[in-house]
Design a protein around this ligand. Structure first.
Ligand code: CIR
Length: 256
C-alpha cells in the first residue's frame, strides 16, 4: 500500500487543555511543534504530499487528526468523535476531504460515536475496536457506509483502560501487525503475522508504516530493534509531549 497524501494539523496553544487518562503534566507547545515538524519532514521524505492545516485553538486535541475521518481509496468517511470536546473537530476536517476526494460521506446518527483511532484498515478487512469513544451504533453505521465500496468490517475489542484500538497496534505491511501482547492475546489478529511490542514498551505500538519508512516514537529500543530485524527502515520521532495526552504516531495524520 503506497500513500500519496497525508493531512496533519499544527498543535494549538490550547494543547495544554488536551484530554488525558492520567495527568503527568502539561505538554510543552514548542517541543511538541518541533516533534511535529520532524514527523512531517519524515512523511515528506517518502515523496508524499503533506497538507499542514492551521492550529485550531477551540479544539485542544485537534492535532490528533486521525480521529476525525477514515480515508479509504474509494472515498472518505467523516467520523463522530465520542469525546464531547472533540465532536466539532470532524466538521473542521470535512472541507479538506471534499477538496481531495470525489466521495465524502459521514457518520450522522445522534447515538453513533466512532473515532478513527479505533479503526485499522488492512488489505482484507477493516477492524474496528469498540472503546470508550466508539460504540456499536457508530460501528454499524460505518459498516453500512463502506459496504458499497466493497469493505467488510470486523468488530474487535480494545483492551480495558486503553484509549483506542490502534493505541495498541499498527499495520506494518499487507499481513504484518505490530501489537501489544495484551491485545494480540485476544486472538483478534489470528491469520496475520504479528510482531510483538517488547514488554514494558507498550507505547511503541502506536507506530505507522508510511511508504518505505516505519515511524515510531523514540525511546523504545527493544521494539525498534525487533522492527528493524524484521527488515523495516525505522525512524524514531520524539513523542514525549503527545504521549502526555495519550497520542502517538498514527493519531497525528490522515494517510491515503
Ligand atoms: C484524546 O484523548 O482524544 C487525545 N488526547 C488523544 C487522541 C489520540 N488519538 C489517537 O490515538 N488516534
Amino acid at each position: 500500500i503506497q500513500f500519496t497524501h497525508a493531512i496533519t494539523r499544527r498543535p494549538a496553544a490550547s494543547i495544554t487543555r488536551g484530554l488525558r487518562a492520567v495527568d503527568t503534566g502539561n505538554p510543552d507547545l514548542a517541543l511538541m511543534q518541533a516533534h511535529h515538524d520532524s514527523y512531517i519532514a519524515t512523511l515528506r521524505e517518502t515523496g508524499a504530499t503533506v497538507i499542514e492545516l492551521p492550529p485550531l485553538d477551540a479544539y485542544p486535541d485537534s492535532v490528533f487528526v486521525e480521529d476525525t475521518a477514515l480515508c479509504l481509496p474509494q472515498g472518505a468517511v467523516v467520523m463522530r468523535p465520542g469525546a464531547p470536546s472533540r465532536l466539532g473537530e470532524a466538521a473542521e476536517m470535512a472541507p479538506h476531504l471534499h477538496a481531495l476526494y470525489g466521495e465524502v460521506v459521514g457518520i450522522t446518527g445522534a447515538e453513533s460515536f466512532i473515532e478513527g483511532g479505533d479503526i485499522l484498515v488492512t488489505e482484507r478487512e477493516i477492524l474496528v475496536g469498540r472503546s470508550a469513544r466508539t460504540n456499536a451504533a457508530g460501528i454499524a453505521e460505518l459498516a453500512r457506509l463502506v459496504a458499497p465500496w466493497g469493505h467488510e468490517l470486523r468488530e474487535v475489542h480494545t483492551p480495558p483502560g486503553v484509549l483506542h484500538f490502534k493505541t495498541d497496534c499498527s499495520l506494518l505491511d499487507v499481513d504484518t501487525i505490530l501489537s501489544t501482547t495484551r491485545l494480540s492475546a485476544s486472538g483478534c489478529f489470528d491469520g496475520y503475522r504479528v510482531i510483538d511490542v517488547a514488554e514494558g514498551e507498550e507505547a511503541a505500538a502506536n507506530t505507522i508504516r508510511f511508504n518505505d519508512l516505519v515511524l515510531m516514537p523514540a525511546g523504545f529500543p527493544r521494539t525498534r530493534d525487533a522492527i528493524a530485524a524484521a527488515g523495516y527502515t525505522v525512524r524514531e520521532i520524539g513523542n514525549s509531549e503527545c504521549a502526555k495526552l495519550d497520542g502517538g504516531m498514527s493519531c497525528l495524520s490522515l494517510r491515503f
